[in-house]
Design a protein around this ligand. Structure first.
Ligand code: ARG
Length: 479
């Protein structure tokens, strides 16, 4: 965003707009001036708007629709307008509604009526669709790099914690021993799918609407392919009505953003749990926590809570656009101007949440002792005992499950962990159990044994981390 201010044109409600003034006698009412303009927010894609005008003008020259001289005057003028906006020297006017008309009006001041030739064979409807697509495309590229950094931070921590044993949970009940590295690698997969979804959105959106004009195409001999290629699109959109009324790309972007935000929110929820005194699994430094103004002992994981909370805004933006679009007939309707603010906010929010997540992941340190103690608490190697009965005594798994249940019951009644039970206790339930069983009741051995593809064994985690760096084309360690 530039720092430029928006100033109301004091004469705007007494004079008709200079752009369509031909058939208008009076200016808009005051409330119309409030509800109508989008310049306060669509100035954000001024660079895309000017790039679009440059490409369109060059095409008009190539096609002989406007002269070389006019083309180069327009191009030079656009350079100047762009510089003025970039340097904060540009005064945006609400009376001129949006970025398209603000740019054109300034260009007219600079080069005179020639500026108006730029708008041959196009309309603001195809312009705004093109600008917005280009903005979303660029934003997807930023988000993709940010998500790659997130994956790298996760993998770095996963490698550091490949051997650290913790309880894996289902229903938030201790289930089976896993490694902390394996837990972190789960998020690498989730983020990988997020990147895939953004990539899909990017490739589907990459068709250029410019030259569809208001809705019907144009009678000028334009070359839409040339404009499309100049603006980095794969080609032009095929149907002029669809071109100006399609906002699928915005919806897909917000859907991908929402799913991604949900992943970040779930991770934040884990951080909130893990940093509590009850879990004490990880520690965040002072950089990502806050104290309480009344309770001196507090150390609150605010950054994680905010990421979790901001997820709601992103889902809200998706919802706002879905509802805004659902009843619109073809083609352009002004309702669609409402697509930008929620999307900009969602994109900013997501980028901030990804950055905060990267920082927290790099910052956190695991408390291996507390994780191990929690693993010992919940009979987490009960499945290993059942597996041992299957493997050693050739029991059907269902029966082994029942026998193990009885063992857990005895341990629970005696207030002991599984490995603290005497062999007599075990043999009272199943006489064929031998002392060898104790080895599988050790959580470290339990995780080491889980070498099936995608399993939690430390060697698997190390291999998965290496493979993920390749699969997701990640650079080596962030630090
Ligand atoms: N400001 C509009 C938007 O943000 C641009 C297109 C306006 N077109 C029109 N015919 N009023 O979508």
């Amino acid at each position: 965003m530039t720092d430029t201010t928006t100033r109301d044109d004091p004469t705007s409600n007494t004079k008709p707009s200079s752009i369509w003034g031909g058939r208008f006698r009076a200016g808009p009412s005051e409330v119309m001036e409030q509800i109508n303009p989008s310049i306060d927010f669509d100035q954000r894609f001024y660079a895309q708007d000017i790039a679009g005008s440059r490409a369109h003008t060059a095409m008009l020259v190539n096609q002989g629709v406007i002269s070389h001289q006019d083309g180069s005057d327009i191009a030079r003028g656009l350079d100047r307008v762009e510089r003025e906006i970039a340097e904060g020297q540009f005064t945006f006017s609400r009376a001129l509604e949006d970025i398209h008309m603000n740019v054109e009006a300034r260009l007219t001041e600079l080069i005179g009526d020639t500026a108006g030739r730029m708008h041959t064979a196009r309309s603001r409807n195809d312009q705004v669709a093109t600008d917005f697509k280009m903005w979303v495309r660029e934003t997807i590229d930023h988000i993709d790099s940010a998500l790659a950094a997130l994956q790298t931070a996760l993998i770095d921590q996963a490698e550091r914690n490949a051997d650290v044993v913790m309880p894996g949970f289902t229903h938030l009940q201790a289930a089976q021993p896993i490694t902390f590295g394996h837990h972190l690698m789960a998020y690498v997969e989730m983020v990988g799918r997020d990147r895939g979804r953004f990539g899909d959105c990017r490739s589907r959106l990459n068709e250029c609407p410019l030259g569809s004009a208001a809705l019907a195409g144009t009678s000028f001999p334009i070359d839409r392919n040339q404009t499309a290629v100049a603006l980095g699109f794969n080609g032009p959109t095929a149907n002029s009505l669809d071109s100006v009324s399609d906002r699928d790309f915005a919806l897909e972007f917000l859907a991908a953003s929402s799913i991604c935000a949900i992943h970040l929110s779930r991770f934040s929820e884990e951080i909130v749990n893990w940093t509590s005194a009850q879990f004490n699994f990880i520690k965040l430094t002072d950089a990502f926590t806050t104290g309480s103004s009344i309770m001196p002992q507090k150390r609150n994981p605010d950054a994680a809570e905010l990421v979790r909370g901001k997820c709601g805004r992103i889902i809200g933006a998706l919802n706002a656009l879905l509802v805004m679009m659902k009843g619109l007939p073809l083609a352009f309707c002004k309702d669609m101007q409402e697509d930008k603010e929620p999307l900009f906010d969602a994109a900013d929010t997501l980028e901030l949440c990804i950055a905060a997540s990267v920082c927290m992941i790099q910052d956190m340190s695991a408390n291996a002792k507390a994780m191990r103690a929690a693993t010992d608490l919940g009979f987490t190697t009960a499945t290993d005992l059942a597996d041992w009965l299957v493997r050693t005594l050739n029991m059907p798994f269902r029966i082994a499950h029942r026998v193990t249940g009885a063992v857990v019951k005895v341990a629970e009644d005696k207030g002991l962990r599984l490995e603290q039970l005497d062999l007599d206790d075990l043999q009272a339930i199943e006489p064929r159990i031998t002392g060898e069983v104790y080895a599988v009741l050790d959580p470290a051995r339990s995780v080491a044994s889980r070498t099936s593809f995608g399993g939690t064994a430390p060697d698997n985690v190390r291999a998965a981390a290496r493979a993920a760096r390749e699969r997701f084309s990640l650079n080596r360690h962030t630090k």
